[in-house]
Design a protein around this ligand. Structure first.
Ligand code: FAD
Length: 469
């Protein structure tokens, strides 16, 4: 099908205004946040309903047209960006942005896939409930994208990742059929759990158009603290201590190094070091409770004992909402500010929590030996064993020459991760970025099963070709 006929056919399905073809209007859909991939596309189609998504897929199936689903375009592995060697249309879900229903008695919310995470959170809090997924990109990323990437973020410790927060899914299949699985049931053992197949499939098995999400009671009390610590070992021990003494109230345990904090203080306007002295490591810890009570007193008691044991050197407790936001900004700004220091080679890895100190020391030693002067920036979700293990270029180095060593650095870090029983993608997915690495690290039988599933659901390889497999 030539492009003119394709565009006419798409316009006949979704209306002329919902097909984007002008070069300057297509550009924002073709750049991803890290600038690692720049895509090309035949057209961008913005359906306004599940039926229109299904009709686009029937057209694609009939004419063998590849389709790349896109939500908020905040993904970090290039999965939402079509490649030049797989000419595709981008199917943007952004117009599917309705909150379909909130069911307070069942504690569920049914939403369109293009609803932003922030809008879903707001809809939950409007009825005194919590939708707990929390990412720095929440103003732009969509529920469909969160499902397709099985997103994690800063509340996984207490509530799980996106897979744990989904009860039902509506999915348009490659051939245009609609799988209606929008059930609200917490118990349903009627055969295979099909929704789980699509969660984390990065748009390669079907297009998510709607979802039933779990809601939780809204916390009445929150305690937020920023701690200075001597070592990653102390951070892991502190995490275990808080779990033992305060248990389920622990919602967040994030960490960063002194160098990470310095980058934030240098480049993020309005930030300041909440502690009087510098410390090698920091943790942002948050506890929450559904009942107003003595959570702060219990936590202060636990921290006091941690001081005595040498796990914590200093701590700043947020005394107001503004102070809480200031502490969170120190963590949330860290992803973005690394770009101001030149090239950054990234990893999103996980290991058993107890192995985090070994991961940090072994990977630092290996990469520093390869590139003298490299500046490690390990940070992230320590409570989930998930480290965003990034390396900033040496001061004064050539950015491109540094980035050209991406694969070599990845090989060293991933080698340590695999030795420790970890994963090369904790929460961002495989996308195009890690596709080549996947067969080297994944069990061969698992790879075979994944290929069989892809062939069964998308025999013509039209859904996001070149992603994951
Ligand atoms: P997109 O980027 O548009 O797409 C991502 C993938 O999902 C692509 O493969 C795409 O084809 C597919 N897809 C999108 N929508 C659908 C759909 N409806 N049906 C089928 N497939 C679809 N991620 C984390 O997990 N934890 C974090 O803490 C985190 N922090 C971030 C912070 C920043 C500043 C940024 C920029 C990103 C961060 N991310 C994080 C990554 C990103 O926000 C998540 O991966 C998010 O879930 C992507 O949602 P999206 O709507 O932007 O999806």
């Amino acid at each position: 099908m030539d492009n003119e006929a394709l565009i006419d056919a798409l316009k006949a399905i979704v209306g002329a205004n919902a097909v984007v073809t002008a070069h300057e209007d297509m550009e924002p859909y073709l750049h991803e946040p890290r600038g690692l991939f720049h895509g090309t596309t035949r057209a961008i189609v913005r359906p306004g309903s599940t039926e229109e998504v299904a009709a686009v897929m029937r057209l694609a199936q009939e004419h063998g047209i590849a389709v790349v689903p896109q939500g908020g375009n905040t993904g970090l592995v290039g999965g939402q960006t079509p490649e030049a060697n797989h000419p595709a249309i981008i199917l943007s879900l952004q117009r599917l942005d309705r909150i379909r229903e909130v069911d307070v008695l069942t504690d569920t919310m049914t939403v369109d896939a293009g609803v932003t995470l922030l809008k879903a959170q707001d809809a939950a809090s409007a009825v005194d409930r919590l939708f707990p997924l929390s990412l720095a990109s929440e103003g732009s990323c969509t529920i469909g994208g969160n499902i397709a990437t099985n997103a994690g973020g800063t509340a996984v410790l207490a509530y799980g990742n996106m897979r744990d927060l989904v009860l039902g899914l509506e999915v348009v299949l490659a051939d245009g059929r609609v799988l209606n699985g929008l059930g609200k049931l917490r118990k349903d053992n009627t055969g295979y759990d099909l929704k789980s197949l699509f969660i984390g499939s990065e748009g390669t098995l079907g297009i998510v158009t709607g979802a039933v999400l779990k809601l939780f009671p809204l916390p009445r009390q929150r305690v937020t603290v920023f701690c200075g610590m001597p070592s990653p070992e102390a951070a892991v021990a502190l995490l275990a201590k808080i779990k033992s003494e305060i248990g389920a109230s622990l919602t967040t345990f994030e960490f960063m190094s002194r160098f990470g904090l310095e980058l934030v203080l240098r480049h993020a306007p309005g930030t300041r070091d909440p502690l009087a002295d510098a410390h090698p490591w920091y943790a942002l810890i948050e506890l929450s409770s559904q009942i107003e009570g003595d959570l702060d007193a219990r936590f202060e008691h636990c921290l006091g004992a941690a001081f005595e044991e040498g796990l914590v050197a200093d701590a700043a407790l947020a005394a107001s909402l503004d102070q809480r936001q200031d502490l969170w900004k120190l963590r949330e700004a860290l992803s973005e500010v690394q770009g101001r220091e030149g090239g950054s080679i990234k990893h999103d890895v996980s290991v058993p929590i107890a192995a985090i100190p070994t991961l940090i020391s072994e990977a630092n030693t290996a990469v520093e030996a390869l590139i003298p002067g490299v500046r490690p920036v390990p940070f992230g979700h320590l409570g989930d064993g998930n480290v965003h293990f990034n390396f900033s270029q040496p001061v004064g180095a050539d950015k491109q020459a540094f980035l050209d060593r991406w694969d070599e650095v990845n090989a060293l870090v991933h080698g340590v991760v695999l030795k420790l029983g970890g994963s090369i993608s904790a929460e961002h997915g495989i996308g195009r970025l890690k596709r080549a690495a996947l067969p080297r690290v994944k069990d061969p039988v698992a790879m075979d099963l994944m290929r069989s599933l892809k062939t069964a659901l998308d025999p013509k390889n039209l859904l996001n070709p070149g992603v994951i497999l």
